[in-house]
Design a binder for this molecule. Structure first.
Ligand code: 13P
Length: 250
């Protein structure tokens, strides 16, 4: 039985004050979320604040990326050992915004994935096709390529210790959510691809959906067989909306 999971990806949003308010709001409602696991992935500069505030609570935290080098001349980057200082449990890798805006290749994502695991974090590996891929019927090919890049480098067993997030790029921040059937089809493809290599890994790995997930569509998505929760952008910035999705996962 896979434990449902809801992850908030705050992206480049927040301030000291707004984060305090948001976390107070989420913590106040989390008592009702008894089954689902809940995580927030926050901007690096707020990790200190978030880790102090969430220590000892059921709400886990993580970062939105990690560099694949341990230290050195990598201006603007953050290493796994730095994240370790803030007790992160999760690290997002390969978000489509990193791939499309900052040129991270499948190989870069694989390197970051491996470093995240080497430091003991659970990578949240994002995969997903662009609108043009979607329209050309290339969704499965693109997602399989992104997944295979990680399996080829880190090995199939490494997938057992990660979370996969399927985020169709055309659904991110657009309000155009994939239908539960569309998302389920891709999730099932991912799981069956993994099952060919290791059935236990396929059964165990949690696959989240991301892309315009809101309280009013989360239930129908998460109800699907292979959708184990959500990776949430915009709606994770409002306690009420985020909690609504957590309750749907629950
Ligand atoms: P939205 O929920 O804002 O569409 O963002 C999804 C996402 O990219 C989460 O990583």
């Amino acid at each position: 039985m896979r434990r449902p999971l809801t992850v908030g990806n705050w992206k480049m949003n927040g301030s000291h004050d707004s984060i305090n308010e948001l976390l107070d709001g989420i913590l106040a409602g989390l008592g009702a979320v008894t089954k689902a696991e809940v995580v927030v992935c926050v901007p690096y500069v707020y990790l200190q604040q978030v880790s102090e505030k969430l220590k000892g609570t059921v709400l886990a935290w993580g970062a939105q990326n990690v560099n694949d080098n341990d230290a050195g001349a990598y201006t603007g980057e953050i290493s796994g050992s730095m994240l370790k200082d803030f007790n992160c449990r999760y690290v997002i890798v390969g978000h489509s915004e990193r791939r499309t805006m900052y040129g991270e290749s499948d190989g870069d994502v694989a390197a970051r994935f491996k470093v995240a695991q080497a430091y003991g974090f659970v990578p949240i590996l994002c995969v997903g096709e662009l609108l043009e891929d979607h329209e050309r019927g290339m969704t499965n090919e693109v997602v399989a390529r992104q997944l295979d890049a990680i399996i080829g480098d880190a090995g199939i067993n490494a997938i057992g210790d990660c979370v996969i997030a399927y985020e169709p790029v055309w659904a991110i921040g657009t309000g155009r959510v994939a239908t539960p059937e569309q998302a389920q089809e891709v999730h099932a493809m991912i799981r069956s691809r993994l099952a060919h290599l290791n059935p236990d890994v396929a059964t165990q790995v949690r696959i989240l959906y991301g892309g315009s997930m809101k309280p009013d569509n989360a239930g129908d998505l998460i109800r699907m067989n292979d959708i184990d929760g959500g990776l949430i952008g915009g709606a994770s910035l409002k306690a009420e909306d985020f909690l609504g999705i957590c309750m749907a996962a629950n």
